[in-house]
Design a protein around this ligand. Sequence first.
Ligand code: BGC
Length: 882
Amino acid sequence: MISQLSFYMKKLIYLMLLSVLLTACGHRAHITDMQCEHLTSPLGIDAAKPRFSWKFETEEKDFKQEAFQLRIASSIQLLKKNKPDIWSSDKKEASVSRCVYAGKKAFESHKTYYWDIIAWDNEQNKYKSKVDSFEMAKLLKTDWLAKWITDQHDQDFEPAPLFRKSFGIKKDIRSARAYISGLGYYQLFINGQRIGENHLDPGYTHYDKSMLYVTHDITPYLSQNENAIGVVLGNGFYNCQSKAAWDFDKARWRNRPRLLCELRITYTDGTVETIKSDNTWKTATGAYTYNNIYSGDQYDGRLEESGWNQTGFNDKNWEYARIIDDPSGKLVAQQMPAIRIVREITPVSVQSYGDNIHVYDMGENFSGLCRFRITGSAGTTFTLRHGEMLKPNGRVETGNIDIYFFPEKTGETIQTDVFTLKGTGKEEVFEPQFSYHGFRYVEIESSQPIKLTTENLTGLFMHTDLTQTGKFKCSDSLLNKIWHATNQSYRSNLHSIPTDCPQREKNGWTADAHVAIDLALLNFDGINLYEKWMNDFIDNQREDGAISGIIPSSSWGYGSWPGPVWDAALFIIPNALYNYYGDSRTIERLYPTMQKYLDYLFPQEKDGMLHFGLGDWVYYKSQTPNDYTSTVYYYSDYKLMAKFASLLGKDATAYYKKAAALKTIINERYFNAETGIYANGTQTALALALYMDIVPKEYVQKVAENLHKKVAGNDFFLDFGLIGSKTVLHMLAKYGYIEDAYKMAVKIDAPSWGYWVDTQGYSTLAETWTLSPQFRDASLNHVFMGDISAWMYNVLAGINYDEQNPGFQHIMIKPQFANELKWVEAEYNSTRGLIRSSWERKGDSIILQVTIPPGATATIYADKEYQVGSGTYKYVINNNKS
Ligand code: BGC
């Protein structure tokens, strides 16, 4: 609380100083957070029509942007002289602070562009932003001068290929870029230095359809005279050499790793030189003897050729690389934060079992790797097994996560890295490069007796590094723990796609992602990640319109299983991106995919309904009929499709009609108006009908009351799976039963979130409500039951978007004051700016404080309804119940 307070104090002092400064300058505000393609000063983008956004910072109340003008120039000087040569939008009357490029000039590859914003507020003040920049990567395929290369081996050959090329530089360098794609993953070195903090790059895609490439600024790494590039390639999902349930070993794109790399060096005299991968590059194998995304890395230090990625290395024994055909049709710039090491974790304990086995407890479950430091004799091997649980004898248990992995290589097991010492007499440091694991415990087995301590091992929490946008805290420590565990599970499931779990599957299960989309976008700035992943849906779609339950997928998971509830991600996620960011690009891009998908579903209707697919997955005791849940999500698809068609100015009539018809069918088949019950009356069945707005108006309260009765009759215990976890708490709160929802949220006996994070002491959310030893198929790090975190923001803090004014242009603040809670504090850095909502009880009153960011408006539900503009507001609400 104290550190929180001091944070607010500092922020307050900063804003006061800012306000004094701005007033002194005669300005009320200034423009901040300028972004292009939702990235700050991006280096390698390839959008033909980039998007721009900005925010304002001010202490003033009711600040509104009335108009803006966006200007783009090919140099800073031109902008400063007010001569934007690329584009100057008209002065647009608008309160939204985002704009899509609509100029006539086409952007050129490799060029840097400069932009600024002129804005006018509601008091006719004029503001000018600083100048920001964005740099184009490669807009045309013909811009690539490099060739794809590989070595002489085939896909079954195990050691990772290394590539190197040396080259001289004679002139002064102004700037230099590396454009690189390496399948499955690359590690790039220049003059022996690893480039970038990215791990497991490029992101996972359907490699035969689209591949991502990454732009690195390599200016500081090059030197005058001699230089050397070195690249190592890992297999990743491109070349899975072991069998797992999802047929990656049979992927249609599977092949020996390959590389495309182009360095573009611009000299101070304006000339440009490119160093490009081709058959003059040399290749060999080295210490990376094996790698598999599910099992891990094997590295034999004895095979290291010292200096292989540096100048002066004698590569005469290396072979020449082989030029090969383009492995895919499309090369796409990776426009999202990379996978990075976000936190280093010190083990809390280490326990030895004899002279050769040590078991580490990292104290928390997370995704990533370990850095292992050790000194020892040449040839000593260390086998690091990673798991989430311990056996009764204290050794690592992987029985809950190894069920779908069927390795054929001797000794290969899930989540296991093997290091062999070079034996230099000095400390050797190992860090796997081409896999990641989900774990809390690490068991290290050494081939020689050894004494290990906590100093030898460091945990590396690693995931796609999205910026945290939300914070939630309240007087109930259990809810705070649940919020933390949800974040930990969400982070653990971000590896260039949103995944189901970081250990067993690492798959982009579609329903897992759509039920988690609100907690995702409230806690993290996720638009780039989801835009990339929605592009994967386009590549995933089959000719007949079908999409698979895991995306990407080469062939597995199509057909009537998993079905419409899972596939609904195709509609729900673009809609969420629109609601949270006010940005419709994904809807535009995916619209034809959605149409084709609905055309594919239509012939599968029976009596107007869909009778297949997974439903309320991993429900506790009560199953909700799958034909009901499938048809409800089918209805939701049409409802959203109608919205999208209207938004894009297309004819939406047929979609509205179909949505209305489906609603009627669902009500005819599943609703008993006399009892107010849907389907078999489970918590999920009732809450889903309310959540999807299926219930005829006059019955809404009756259905809500039934939901309350069902929950109260179950002693306020939850009884649902993934669909219920998204809907029950919200619907209880929405229709007047906040106390029921609260009681359910703070349970600590099974089944409950508290059972996981309190009773069991997990730092993450599990996959199933209870874990039995026989039920091996359950991870301890799934995020799909985590929507309770969104509920904390939406209901307890009351922060909500307004569908009619997306992108938090208008904000709904509607907190619910659960009796047991003393205070709540939440903030959310929306695309419009920082929203804050906090309340606390004081005697018979509740003091509510709300901050609305500059440029936005809000409806605040306190003692009554208030319509406000930007600023900070305080309300005293009488809570005397007598
Ligand atoms: C995954 C889930 C997924 C489900 C669907 C599981 O194995 O881990 O998260 O949604 O399968 O069948």
